[in-house]
Every structure is written in structure tokens, then in C-alpha cells.
Design a protein around this ligand. Structure first.
Ligand code: FES
Length: 119
């Protein structure tokens, strides 16, 4: 996958503020969160156990796992609280206008946080 592999995920209008959405791009499940108009996309699988992060709650700029409470930074995927110790992937998004409707597109290749690029 390259930076050109953006895939349409959903209409931006369908995103409620601070309410996680689960989207599947290819075979990758992604949790999408909009906070004050800024959109974040992280892997929709907790790194502690196989549960969906999009069923959790947004707290600040973090998404909290509903099962044991680990919070993941939406900017970096890093766990901020135990019991999770491994990060979750972060994905690049862009908003594209199509016939007057704004759509969110996601690159399903995880962002390499260290390099700031898709790996
Ligand atoms: S399953 Fe997410 S913190 Fe345990």
C-alpha cells in the first residue's frame, strides 16, 4: 500500500462529535473519531485483548477501551493507561469532496509514527 491507496470510508456528516465509528477498509477495522472537526483513525482492536475500541468512550483526545479501561491516544495510538502496553495502529485520513458531499477517505496502511509516513 502507498499514500495513494486512500479508500472512501464514510460521509463526514455522519460523524457525531466524540462518538466513535467503526469502519472496515479492505480487511482492516478502524475506529474513527471526530473531535471539534478534527478526525482521527486508529485500529479498532484493543492491543490488550480482541475487543472493539469503537465501542468505548472518548476522553480528551483518547479512546478508552470498554473492557478494562486502557485509554489510547488518538494521535499516536499509544496506550496511556494500563493494562494495555502495546500501541494500536494509526491511519492517515483525508476529506474529499464528491458532488458536494464531503467524504472521509482512509489509507489502510498504518502510519509509521516515527517517520510520519505510511509504511
Ligand atoms: S481489552 Fe482493552 S484494556 Fe483489556
Amino acid at each position: 500500500m502507498t499514500m495513494s491507496d486512500f479508500t472512501r470510508a464514510l460521509a463526514v456528516d455522519s460523524l457525531a462529535d466524540r462518538k466513535p465509528n467503526r469502519v472496515v477498509v479492505g480487511d482492516t477495522a478502524i475506529a474513527v473519531v471526530s473531535i471539534d472537526g478534527e478526525i482521527f483513525a486508529i485500529g479498532d482492536r484493543c492491543s490488550h485483548a480482541d475487543v472493539s475500541l469503537s465501542e468505548g468512550d472518548v476522553d480528551g483526545c483518547a479512546l478508552e477501551c470498554w473492557l478494562h479501561g486502557s485509554a489510547f491516544d488518538l494521535r499516536t495510538g499509544a496506550p496511556l493507561t494500563l493494562p494495555a502496553i502495546e500501541p494500536v495502529p494509526v491511519f492517515t485520513t483525508r476529506v474529499v469532496d464528491h458532488d458536494g458531499t464531503a467524504f472521509l477517505e482512509i489509507n489502510p496502511t498504518p502510519l509509521d509514527i516515527a517517520k510520519g509516513t505510511s509504511s
